[in-house]
Design a protein around this ligand. Structure first.
Ligand code: GLU
Length: 550
């Protein structure tokens, strides 16, 4: 038995037959087949969402296909159920994948399986082919031997790594390999690199442009000692068989491109195009760094979800980070779905990486919510609150029409209210509409209306109630308020009060402010007339009568 079949004793489908199962896709010119390859480590990283969104949009806008592939070759980092969680999470954001391992839908697509741990035979078949053709070899070097190599390299100031003359198993005769296999020594499979460090390889990255990098001369591991492929090898085999046209991934992989192109070449396959996206950064002191899963809570998508940022607002923010043209497009197309934004790799910035900016996210989110209808805000708000704030959910749902009416004030149009950034803001922004949450004490009144005594406030309010009619139009309502105010010593026009402040208790604006505080407990609110229309007569009477009993 040759050492090749000893190393791969299992029955393997030959590469040619596997190839035939994954034919060319026959897509139209210019259609992109993209993929995102998250590792199931138990959290949804904001970077996965970011790159997932970009891949999905670019594929779909070109009439191509987007693949979700779970890259679980590192079993130590894997968390149970994480693959499903990532697939579901991307779906919950409305990010569409045509192919992938979706639990609820089953595996979608003809180019699977889409979980790397289910593709072991495929990797082995191609790995065996490389071994047979001499393009890869078995390496039995022990940890101690590798350590010694490193030490010697250190002493002679040579580059570290397993390459050239340092690669002690590269030129071993077949008998030595067979002997090592026979005694059952553990091995890894290494690529027999043909690269020369002094030579350059040129390639074009769709974001970074033309690059020249040193060729890879390291005999990199392609199968680990447990038979699991390394990322480098697995992604090449997968992207070839899945007929990926564009590998759009984090730029931490840019340095590995020479290695990856080399593996494609060893098989004689055409490499896909590469586009390396700068990761999202954060500023720390004077320096910037990539968002860290361990150190930064905002690296996790859950962090934003828990606070109640609308999913679409998070996506809009991510698009604004990726493509400098997004904000202008949004202004020109305020109501178009974000998924219709014509994303262009050409507008991406190479390297550096955008800084995550919370103020900007707030801004994008406010703009987004301001474009929603009251029904949408209600539905999305209740959906969020049901999971994260059950009291708010109950409050909104006890009288849905009332809650929707409160939300409909100043909604839609140019002057839409922009007070809600995230669903948790609903408590503070419309909480006062609900009697259980409305808690206005005399102390609070005196604090907010320090220019006037409580007794005077009561007199003004009672007088106003006498003429108040919920059916009045806005102008009628206002003139009644003005008349009452004037009767109680307020100036009809702000400038009269300004000129002669001693002569008045304030202006009509001050009087309106008194009603606002009594009705909402707040010194700012949306349009007071609309607020009163929604609150209804009963509630208005109750609230304007505060303090009467004392
Ligand atoms: N599994 C790789 C990662 O998590 C994916 C890189 C790629 O998209 O090729 O970084």
């Amino acid at each position: 038995m040759s050492f090749v079949s000893k190393a791969f004793p299992e029955q393997l489908v030959p590469p040619g037959e596997i190839e035939a199962r994954y034919p060319e896709r026959g897509l139209l010119d210019g259609a992109l087949v993209t993929r995102v390859g998250p590792s199931p480590t138990g959290m949804m990283h904001i970077g996965t969402l970011y790159v997932g969104l970009l891949n999905s949009l670019l594929a779909h806008q070109s009439g191509g296909s987007a693949i979700l592939r779970i890259e679980d070759t590192d079993k130590l980092r894997e968390v149970d159920g994480a693959s499903n969680f990532i697939a579901e999470s991307l779906k919950s954001f409305g990010i569409d994948f045509d192919e992938g391992p979706f639990d609820t839908l089953g595996n979608l697509g003809e180019y699977g399986p889409y979980i790397q741990s289910q593709r072991k035979e495929i990797y082995h078949s191609f790995a065996k082919f490389l071994l047979e053709s001499g393009k890869a070899y078995l390496c039995f070097a022990t940890t101690e031997e590798l350590e010694q190599i490193r030490e010697k390299q250190g002493q002679s100031s040579a580059r570290t790594g397993y390459y050239g003359e340092w690669a002690i198993w590269r030129e071993k005769p077949a008998e030595a390999v067979a002997d090592a296999l026979n005694v059952g020594l553990p091995w890894v499979l290494r690529l027999r690199s043909e690269g020369k460090h002094v030579r350059k390889i040129a390639f074009t990255d769709d974001i970074f442009g033309k690059r020249e990098m040193a060729e890879n001369d390291h005999d990199i591991v392609i199968l680990k000692s447990d038979g699991v492929p390394t990322y480098h090898f697995a992604h090449v085999v997968d992207d070839h068989l899945m007929r990926t046209t564009h590998v759009i991934r984090g730029d931490e992989w840019l340095a590995s491109v020479p290695m990856h192109l080399q593996i494609f070449e060893a098989f004689g396959w055409r490499a896909p195009r590469y586009a390396h996206v700068a990761p999202i950064n954060k500023v720390e002191g004077v320096s910037r760094r990539k968002l860290s899963k361990r150190r930064d809570p905002e690296a996790s998508v859950r962090f934003f979800e828990e606070q109640g940022f609308p999913k679409n607002a998070i996506l809009e923010y991510l698009l604004s980070l990726a493509d400098s043209g997004f904000e202008q497009w949004r202004m020109d197309n305020p109501t178009t779905s974000l998924f219709e934004f014509p994303l262009s790799l050409e507008s991406f910035q190479a390297g550096g990486g955008p800084i995550f900016d919370f103020d900007k996210l707030d801004h994008v989110s406010k703009e987004y919510v301001s474009q929603l209808t009251a029904v949408e805000v209600f539905d999305l708000g209740v959906g969020w609150a049901t999971k994260h704030d059950t009291e708010l959910a109950a409050r909104l749902s006890e009288d849905p029409d009332y809650a929707r009416a409160a939300l409909s004030i100043e909604r839609g149009g140019e002057q839409a209210r922009k007070d809600i950034r995230k669903w948790s803001d609903l408590r503070s922004e419309i909480g006062y509409f609900f009697d259980d949450w409305f808690d206005l004490t005399e102390d609070k009144i005196s604090e907010q209306l320090s220019f006037i005594e409580l007794a005077e406030i009561n007199k003004l309010a009672q007088d106003f109630l006498k003429s108040f009619d919920l059916n009045d139009e806005r102008t009628e309502w206002f003139s009644k308020m003005k008349n009452v105010a004037v009767k109680h010593g307020f100036a009809a026009r702000p400038r009269d009060f300004k000129r002669n402040p001693e002569a008045y208790k304030g202006s009509v604006a001050h009087a309106a402010q008194i009603f606002r505080v009594l009705l909402t407990g707040e010194s700012t609110s949306p349009d007071l007339f609309s607020v009163m229309q929604v609150m209804g007569l009963d509630r208005i009477q109750r609230r304007l009568s505060i303090g009467l009993s004392s």
